[in-house]
Design a protein around this ligand. Structure first.
Ligand code: CA2
Length: 144
């Protein structure tokens, strides 16, 4: 099974500021967690991070016919991007939305998720562990 993990803007800054919201772990720690999960679960997992909305849309489109599942944390674009919602819909690949923080307990503008409208499942407030849970969800429900 091939899975793409996509992270949006500023996720590469994890651990540098706001540890009270996002924890002390860094983006490098997240990449290690993803690689470890791939090894343990015998999955082919690629990761992609960009600060640019169009680059995220391009990457989702590239998945068409090549990837079996998507894990996506669109970060701030979660709450604004109809383009990412449409891209996820256009490829019709099962996608799980992840948020490190509990967005429901934060500002009201974080409680709308456009991307989530095209996702089969959402995991929020579990820290980096949420990415592992999202990968396992895809394996259990869509694995081959
Ligand atoms: O909780 C999440 O995973 C978020 O997707 C993270 C986004 C935020 O805009 C979403 O509402 C929820 C922020 C990404 C990381 O932003 C940083 C900000 C300060 C220091 C380090 C990272």
């Amino acid at each position: 099974m091939k899975i793409l993990v996509i992270n949006g803007p500023n996720i590469n800054m994890l651990g540098i500021r706001e540890p009270g919201i996002y924890g002390k772990n860094t983006f490098a720690d997240l990449l290690v967690l993803i690689a470890q999960t791939a090894r343990e679960e015998n999955l082919d997992i690629e990761q992609f991070q960009s600060n640019h909305e169009g680059a995220l849309v391009d990457k989702i489109q590239e998945c068409y016919g090549k990837v079996d599942g998507i894990v996506i944390n669109p970060a701030a674009y979660t709450h604004t991007s109809v383009a990412i919602l449409d891209a996820l819909k256009s490829v019709s690949i099962p996608a799980v939305e992840v948020h490190i923080s509990d967005v429901d307990a934060r500002e009201s503008f974080r409680q709308i998720s456009y991307a989530g409208m095209a996702c089969v499942h959402t995991i929020k407030g579990q820290g980096l562990e949420g990415y592992r849970q999202a990968i396992l969800y895809l394996k259990q429900n869509y694995g081959k």
